[in-house]
Each structure stands twice: as structure tokens, then as C-alpha cells.
Design a protein around this ligand. Structure first.
Ligand SMILES: C[S@@+](CC[C@H](N)C(=O)[O-])C[C@H]1O[C@@H](n2cnc3c(N)ncnc32)[C@H](O)[C@@H]1O
Length: 181
């Protein structure tokens, strides 16, 4: 998919993508600076989209680590599969609420999410929060980028510690929330 088709997919599905543009490189760098990739073997990305965060993760993760990318748009999935055709990347065309099924008993070291939670129906949203906290290793991190600070209050029912930062180096500016169980 070229840039134009990626944006067309983003706008056509605005109710599920929840974004007017993809994450900027400075945002990806800042988000991933909070993730400890050393020794991380199972990494999950929620909401692969155009692959801007996926690319950043692949540049940082260990060679023997596995990355599971959840994405519900079939077009984005097809594109991600072509772009990241390596054996340690699994593109999963399914909702992140089925995380546990694909982890199959394994625990994640890192969960990196750009899901538009304010647009995801509450039962699914709560399931994603619950499964993310349950599937995370005790020393792992769940890192979310989001437009609304209010998300912190939803996260607080599932995560013990939440650190929040903000960056203007994206349009629109976003919060980055780093959550630990
Ligand atoms: C805001 S876009 C982020 C895209 C890209 N990662 C970025 O940072 O620019 C959110 C993505 O999450 C996907 N998405 C929405 N709900 C989802 C769900 N329940 N499970 C997996 N992916 C979902 C959308 O299709 C969209 O590609």
C-alpha cells in the first residue's frame, strides 16, 4: 500500500481507527524510549495500522524476540504482512481482546498500544484492559499513546502504577501512559 492508500484506509474507517494521521517518528521514539527491550522476548503491539510503531519496535527488539501485532483492518494487515515478512513477526488480523488466545499461556514483556480506546465499546475495552494486565509479566510494561488524559482513570482499575507524559511532537499532541501491574 502506498501512503495515499494507507491514509484512505485510515479515513474510511475513522470510527475504528480513531485517528486523522499516523504516529510521527518523534512520537514513536518517545513512546519506545519508555520500553525496556533488553531481554524482552514476547512483545505485543495493539493497533498496527500503517506500521509506524511496528517499524520502531523491530529496530529495537532482540533478534530472538517475537512480536505479535494485533490489527482489525484487513487492508492494514495485508500491508503489514508484506512489509514485515520476517519469521519473528506475527501479524494477527483479530481484535486485541483475544490477546490471551494468541499468547497461549505465554506472558508479554511489553504491550505497546495505539488503540483508540474512547471509540471501542466498553465491554471490549474492559476486556482488553483486563487481559493486558493479566498477560503482562510482573516486571513488564503496558504503554499507551492517547489523546485523552481521562484514560488514566480507566487504566487505574487494572494497573498499579501509571506514569504519564505528553508530547507536542505529533499532530495532534498526545499523552503517553506507562502502566505497570
Ligand atoms: C490510531 S490507529 C494507530 C495506527 C498506528 N499504530 C500509529 O500509531 O499511527 C489505531 C489502529 O488500531 C486498530 N484497531 C482498532 N480497534 C482495534 C482492536 N480492537 N484490535 C486491534 N486493532 C484495532 C485500527 O484499525 C487502527 O489501525
Amino acid at each position: 500500500m502506498n501512503k495515499g492508500s494507507l491514509f484512505k484506509e485510515l479515513f474510511t474507517n475513522i470510527k475504528t481507527t480513531g485517528a486523522i494521521t499516523f504516529s510521527s517518528k518523534p512520537l514513536v521514539n518517545k513512546m519506545l524510549s519508555f520500553a525496556d527491550f533488553s531481554g524482552a522476548k514476547i512483545i505485543v503491539e495493539m493497533g498496527g495500522g500503517d506500521g509506524s510503531i511496528t517499524h520502531g519496535i523491530l529496530q529495537r527488539m532482540d533478534e530472538d524476540a517475537t512480536l505479535l501485532v494485533f490489527e482489525i483492518s484487513e487492508n492494514f494487515c495485508e500491508n503489514l504482512k508484506k512489509r514485515f515478512a520476517t519469521k519473528n513477526v506475527e501479524i494477527i488480523c483479530d481484535s486485541a481482546e483475544n490477546l490471551d488466545k494468541y499468547l497461549d499461556g505465554r506472558k508479554a514483556d511489553l504491550i505497546l498500544s495505539s488503540l483508540p480506546f474512547s471509540l471501542i465499546p466498553q465491554p471490549s475495552r474492559n476486556l482488553i484492559y483486563q487481559k493486558s494486565s493479566e498477560c503482562l509479566r510482573p516486571d513488564g510494561s503496558f504503554i499507551q499513546i492517547c489523546y485523552s488524559y481521562l484514560l488514566k482513570f480507566q487504566f487505574s482499575s487494572y494497573f498499579k502504577e501509571i506514569r504519564t507524559t505528553f508530547t507536542f511532537r505529533n499532530f495532534p499532541p498526545v499523552f503517553i501512559m506507562v502502566c505497570n501491574v
